[in-house]
Write a protein that binds this ligand. Structure first.
Ligand code: NAD
Ligand code: GLY
Length: 347
């Protein structure tokens, strides 16, 4: 078992252990005194893991109702959020009760925002079940829903009371979802940890589960350092966006359909590295991404991607920040005018 303390404005532990879903009732009751919870999950995760969680809660005298919504990004909206609020009212949830997000980043983001806003804020626990949510979205307190104007445009910073990562749950993930998470793992290696990158290089889809606890621990610890230094995303936290500006643009170019977030991030990291770093680093990154069946280039012409980049949230008025890794394990934030970014990428 490994535990990481996240010292943000509201501190909490991330508990990393195979099989910990079965211990979740005990782990939660050590932190929260309320005996009443609502689990929020999606239909896929509900079938796989709700019963295990409910049994463990009940063994620790915590009662739980379950709110289930259809899986996928299209559910992360104000309509589902309203349904969650109504469910919480029906079940008589008070400020001393709590929510549990059981699922991937979609479940975590919407449940966190519900917890941030219901009754002006109640506690919530994250039990992430995708690799992406274990290594990234469950830690750091960003919560949000999508609106027609864009992804994650309405949200709040709300740190969870506890995060429980059971890497055994990742064994039921489809390969494409595992690949999505691996794009973020490779990102952490590139921006902060050469050993982590080498661990990714030395494995592939067939054996990465063997080292999953170590991977999750290392990534969460990197996220801890970044989030503790810049909880409210004013500077350093931006390095977590390595590959994301171009990645989001590629996802947008594909109308967010057949191109997953992880595919976008992998391609974005490779494009930036090829443009700004040595060929040796670019080749290693591409080889590593390919081992996890991630794409390393796109058919989308740069001239059609750049307008998407200009609309990115990381773009402040006329300037754009992008992340470059001059060496494996270190990252620089570079801020240029949108015009200069276009010239650099097209040059
Ligand atoms: P997701 O939550 O949609 O999960 C992906 C799919 O995997 C879903 O169909 C889900 O039902 C299924 N699934 C989940 N766990 C499973 C399991 N153990 N076995 C089998 N299937 C399982 O997607 P995601 O990639 O986890 O998260 C993406 C979301 O996270 C996006 O909305 C993104 O904006 C958000 N995000 C948030 C942050 C943050 O800091 N808050 C960071 C990165 C991403
Ligand atoms: N996933 C980026 C962040 O948490 O800041």
């Amino acid at each position: 078992m490994k535990k990481i303390r996240i010292n943000t404005s509201s501190p909490y532990n991330v508990h990393i252990e195979r099989g910990s879903l079965y211990q979740s009732g005990r782990l939660i009751s050590e932190i929260l005194k309320s005996k009443k919870a609502v689990i929020v999950t999606d239909d896929t995760v509900d079938k796989l893991y709700s019963d295990i969680l409910i049994n463990s809660l009940n063994e620790n005298e915590i009662s739980a109702d379950v709110f289930v919504f259809p899986h996928g990004e299209q559910s992360k909206n104000l309509h589902t959020l309203g349904d969650i609020f109504n469910f919480l009212c029906e079940k008589g949830i008070t400020r001393s009760d709590f929510l549990i997000a059981l699922g991937g980043g979609v479940v975590g983001d919407i449940t966190g925002f519900a917890a941030a806003s219901f009754l002006r804020g109640i506690d919530f626990v994250q039990i992430p079940t995708t690799l992406l949510s274990q290594v990234d979205s469950s830690v750091g307190g960003k919560t949000a829903v999508d609106i027609p104007g864009g992804k994650n445009l309405v949200g709040a910073f709300k740190q969870p009371a506890l995060v429980i990562c059971d890497s055994d749950t990742l064994r039921t993930l489809p390969e494409s979802e595992l690949a999505c998470g691996m794009a973020e793992v490779i990102k952490y290696g590139m921006i902060r940890d050469k050993n982590l990158f080498e661990m990714c290089e030395n494995h592939d889809m067939s054996n990465i589960h063997d080292v999953m606890d170590e991977i999750v621990y290392t990534c969460v610890d990197i996220k801890r350092q970044v989030v503790e230094n810049d909880e409210f995303d004013k500077g350093e936290r931006m390095i977590l966006n390595f590959g994301h500006t171009l990645g989001h643009a590629i996802e947008g170019w594909h109308n967010y359909t057949d191109y997953t977030h992880g595919m976008g991030v992998a391609t974005g990291m490779c494009m930036i590295t090829r443009r700004f770093c040595g060929a040796d680093i670019a080749e290693r990154l591409e080889k590593c991404a390919e081992a996890y069946k991630l794409p390393v280039s796109t058919e989308a012409p740069m001239s059609e991607l750049l307008p998407f980049c200009a609309k990115d949230k990381k773009c402040e008025s006329s300037s754009i920040s992008y992340i470059v890794c001059p060496e494996i394990g270190s990252a620089d934030i570079r801020k240029v005018s949108v015009g200069d970014f276009f010239a650099l990428m097209e040059g």
